[in-house]
Design a protein around this ligand. Structure first.
Ligand code: PEP
Ligand code: MN
Length: 360
């Protein structure tokens, strides 16, 4: 039995903001870091002109290594207040400690998010939750750096237990040791499972930290929409090439405006939308399957090279029999027909042998 998400899970509130159209994806955008008052204000004004209603800017920057720009700190809160006053936008920043929470609450920030590194640490999340107890602020929780769904849900649960109900999740991809075109590979199956477990939790995608490169922001944003995400959390900077942090992944406000205008949204018809989202899930899983298959074949070719170098025959039937027995049993335990698994392994094996022979 799956454990329930905090006692009052049904009480989760939708993330609604007065004046923000709930039928459109929720868009939170702004620079990775607030650098100067001018940069913050100029970026905000240009985003407002593109129709963005919620402004993000990091004031306390969790850096992987010391020595980088670590944020302007509390000084920037006054800049966020100015953004709100002059553009009418809601303002959001990242909180990583109870002190950040207290300072942000004091300044009247409209929304907080918990970063990936912080979400990975239950002690830190609990301290933030305790500091937020008793207030009704919307809080977005990024996924932890590792693909650990329970840890992600646990962070949300800590906030829920502290009485917060306007919660959301931000999928920003996961650290991976495999070489990838992405800075943080999406591993879509994880947020898809989050959606299955917590269907009422608003789910946003951060294509900026996921892609790590400007040109990946739009395609990732579209994929997220195809998968039924509720919104986007995007880094936009007035002069991306000169940004003090995450330079390669930030886009200009006007580029974000164009992206938002060309975004293809799912059909609003509930049934068609649901079916479309399920089909998109299948497509995404097939993408992952194909990628895995390609990796498996690459290892097969490697084995082919080894066997050739050491004069080992390509076909080793005892190894194949063993594999067949183990995997069909595993498949049966997972609710799949053993005959299906046998057939699948047979075609996989044939292609592996073909590739090994080609290598030999
Ligand atoms: C950020 O949003 O600027 C940030 C630090 O992101 P993450 O926590 O996803 O690395
Ligand atoms: Mn960033």
């Amino acid at each position: 039995m799956e454990r329930l998400f905090c006692d009052a899970m049904d009480g989760l509130q939708p993330l609604r903001f007065a004046g923000v159209d709930p039928r459109r994806p929720l868009v939170v955008a702004g620079p990775c870091s607030a650098e100067t008052e001018e940069q913050t204000l100029a970026t905000a004004r240009r985003l407002a002109a593109e129709g963005v209603r919620i402004f993000r800017a990091g004031l306390w920057k969790p850096r992987t290594k010391p020595g980088g720009f670590e944020g302007v700190g509390t000084e920037g809160l006054a800049w966020l207040r100015r953004v709100r006053r002059e553009t009418g936008m809601y303002v959001a920043t990242e909180a990583a400690t109870a002190e950040h929470v207290a300072a942000a609450l004091d300044a009247g920030v409209d929304l907080l998010w918990i970063g990936a590194r912080t979400a990975s640490n239950p002690f830190a999340v609990q301290q933030i939750a305790d500091a937020l107890r008793g207030c009704d602020l919307p809080v977005l929780v990024k996924n932890p750096v590792s693909p650990d769904l329970e840890l992600w849900i646990g962070a949300l649960e800590r906030l829920c237990n502290a009485g917060l109900r306007r919660l959301g999740a931000i999928h920003r991809g996961f650290t991976s040791i495999d070489a990838s075109v992405y800075r943080n590979p999406p591993m879509w199956s994880v947020p898809i499972e989050l959606r299955r477990r917590l269907p009422h939790l608003p789910l946003l995608c951060d294509p900026s930290h996921m892609g790590g490169r400007r040109e990946l922001v739009a395609p990732l944003a579209q994929q997220a929409m195809d998968l039924g995400f509720d919104g986007l959390f995007v880094e936009a900077h007035g002069a991306p090439d000169t940004a003090w942090s995450d330079r390669d992944q930030q886009i200009a406000p006007e580029a974000l405006g164009a992206l938002l205008r060309t975004l293809k949204l799912r059909e609003t018809n509930a049934a068609a939308g649901e079916l479309g989202a399920l089909r998109a899930q299948i497509d995404r899983i097939d993408d992952e399957l194909l990628e895995l298959l390609a990796r498996r074949m690459a290892v097969s070719r490697e084995i082919g090279r080894y066997k050739r170098a050491h004069a080992v025959p390509v076909l080793q039937s005892h190894r194949y029999e063993e594999l067949l027995a183990r995997r069909t049993a595993q498949a049966a335990a997972a609710g799949m027909a053993p005959a299906f698994m046998r057939a699948l392994l047979q075609v996989l094996h044939e292609e592996s042998v073909r590739q090994q022979l080609e290598e030999a």
